[in-house]
Design a binder for this molecule. Structure first.
Ligand code: CDP
Length: 570
């Protein structure tokens, strides 16, 4: 393969993010890498697995090229740690918490070891006995999942992941746990559990009870006995009320996830990683990567041929990451090597739709997204099946249990938030619409810097409606909608996350889930500030019926500190 010598130019934002968190530094804190040498470090380390193969040089070169040209980027720990002494390359872990002091504090220790290397952890607290349940050894009563979750939270607070990224946790509790009501309200005040996302694991039985207006049973995990029954609808409304209030707790549809468990003989899914896109069994880990869809439009059409080639290369890359990974504890290594899960995702979906002139919230936009996601999965599976022939299927593969042909990886696809890697690639994050099209940055001397989305600027100049005045108006109103200077078609195409209706957000999540996503999807269902609780409820029911495996809603302005804001201050 001939090396592609076209120089890749990164945006200023990308260079800043890379210098701050990704490029290696010397002892004095001086940056000692460039984008090119970082990509070499990572591709060399990942290709090393195949150093005996005749394909070695070609593989190494293709890994380098797809990263260097931003066609595909692996998750942050891989970019940061590949080829270094840390050598831990995965973003996602799920750790079990056994119902004993030893079990709880082992999980805290294991979590700390994961966080230290840049990974995020998901925990289910559902096995822990409820608050006030009896403890035989001390003849006292248990403190319950929430009080232990506070210890996990404090431990995370203390470990700042070498200053590069803070530890992130997902905390899950089943809807039938006796402490569920306390859990639902635990994050009502925003000063607690700040290192956690909390999600309620909702069962099909519970959703049926909501629909039929019946009661459902809470079960004490330590005895298996029914502790009390609750009105399902009232509990559901409480979840909705709090999600409406500030977006927490989220919901996870645990039965939908377990129906897709490829290795049920190894256990059930109890929790996801922190952002919800990856269901994992206890002690499993998973490395992720995202295809930058904005790089695959050529002459107004999707370049499927090149996309397919990159997906195939990226599948081998992610599979190799498993073999050159340095796992934080032996239990994780053992489980991960049994199932060899990878999470191939996408980013820049909105960029691609904009380039094709398709609105995100339209039937055509969704059909296009579904076609691409199915294709990504098809190509990933094609390569994984070939890898199974070359190197062996994942060891837990059992032809009797699996509906898929023998392949190298028990799970192939999931859609990540791509919070930082999409900044490097300069595209919309994951499968989300852009959050803003024109942004104002207040600079020190009182001047306003206007930052315009690159696609919008290009279209506006091409079609002759670009003006500084219009850009300022769009920034001030926070939307392209309703400005007569902008043709209606482009108003539709440039709808932002807040302009897309909640139904269209959910439909996009549902269609992607159904068309090519093995694990799950990290996505926010944005609602306007004026949205009612009933609208949140309808969103949850719609997402459940569409087969989503989890949902996160966010009502604009409902959190004290909104992380993303259309009007950013410097
Ligand atoms: O863009 P990047 O690779 O940094 O990460 P992402 O796609 O935003 O997040 C992917 C996963 O990385 C999350 O679901 C978490 O499991 C993990 N993560 C973490 O542990 N700590 C963070 N601060 C951010 C992400």
């Amino acid at each position: 393969m001939t090396p592609d010598l076209t120089k890749q130019v990164l945006t200023k934002t990308a260079e800043t993010v890379l210098a701050r968190r990704y490029y290696l530094k010397d002892r004095t804190g001086e940056v000692v890498e460039t984008w090119e040498t970082l990509c070499k470090r990572v591709s060399n380390a990942v290709a090393e697995v195949d150093k005996e193969s005749k394909q070695f040089e070609a593989l190494r070169e293709s890994y380098f090229r797809m990263m260097y040209h931003l066609d595909f980027l692996p998750n942050s720990p891989c970019l940061m740690n590949a080829g270094t002494d840390i050598g831990q390359l995965s973003a996602c872990f799920v750790l079990p918490i056994e119902d004993s002091m030893d079990g709880i504090f082992t999980a805290i220790r294991n979590g700390a070891l994961v966080h230290k290397t840049g990974g995020g952890t998901g925990y289910s607290f559902s096995r822990l006995r409820s608050r006030n349940a009896s403890v035989r050894s001390t003849q006292g009563v248990a403190s319950g999942p929430l009080s232990f979750a506070a210890v996990f939270d404090a431990a995370t607070e203390t470990i700042k992941q070498g200053g590069k990224r803070r530890g992130a946790n997902m905390g899950v509790l089943r809807i039938d746990h006796p402490d569920i009501m306390d859990f639902i309200s635990a994050k009502e005040n925003q000063d607690k559990f700040n290192n956690f996302n909390f999600s309620v694991a909702i069962t099909d039985d519970f959703m049926k009870a909501v629909e039929e207006g019946t009661e459902y049973a809470l079960i004490e995990p330590s005895t298996g006995e029914v502790s009390e029954t609750l009105d399902a609808k009232a509990v559901f409304e409480k979840i909705i009320d709090l999600a409406w209030h500030n977006g927490e707790p989220g919901v996870l549809f645990i039965d939908a996830a377990n129906r897709d468990n490829m290795t049920p003989q190894l256990g059930d899914f109890e929790a996801t990683n922190p952002c919800g896109e990856q269901w994992l069994l206890p002690y499993e880990s998973c490395n992720l990567g995202s295809l930058n869809l904005s790089n695959f439009v050529k002459n107004g059409k999707v370049d499927y041929k090149r996309m397919g080639q990159v997906v195939r290369v990226a599948t081998s890359f992610l599979d190799n990451v498993i073999d050159c990974n340095r796992f934080p504890i032996p239990e994780i290594e053992e489980m991960t090597l049994k199932t060899r899960k990878i999470g191939m995702g996408i980013m820049g979906l909105h960029d691609l739709l904009i380039q094709l002139g398709l609105p995100y919230g339209s039937e055509e936009g969704r059909a296009q997204a579904a076609e691409i996601m199915s294709y990504v999965r098809e190509k990933a599976e094609e390569r994984s099946v070939e890898l199974a022939v070359e190197k062996g299927a994942f060891p837990a593969y059992d032809a009797k249990l699996n509906k898929y042909p023998a392949r190298r990886n028990a799970a192939l696809t999931s859609i990540q938030p791509t919070g930082t890697v999409s900044m490097i690639a300069d595209c919309a994050s994951g499968c989300e619409p852009y959050f803003s099209i024109v942004m104002i940055k207040n600079v020190m001397d009182g001047d306003r810097l206007i930052l315009v989305n690159k696609h919008f600027e290009q279209v506006a100049r091409r079609e002759g409606f670009y003006s500084e005045k219009l850009m300022a108006k769009v920034a001030d109103s926070g939307t392209v909608i309703g400005h007569d200077e902008i043709p209606v078609h482009w108003q539709e195409v440039f709808r932002t996350a807040q302009d897309v209706s909640p139904e269209d957000h959910i439909q996009m999540q549902g269609i992607l889930q159904k068309n090519g996503v093995d694990s799950s999807i990290s996505k926010t269902i944005n609602l306007p500030n004026s949205a009612t609780r009933e609208e949140v409820e309808l969103s949850y029911i719609m997402g459940y019926k569409l087969g989503c495996k989890g949902l996160t809603v966010y009502r604009d302005g409902s959190r004290d500190q909104q992380v993303l804001n259309t009007k950013e201050s410097a």
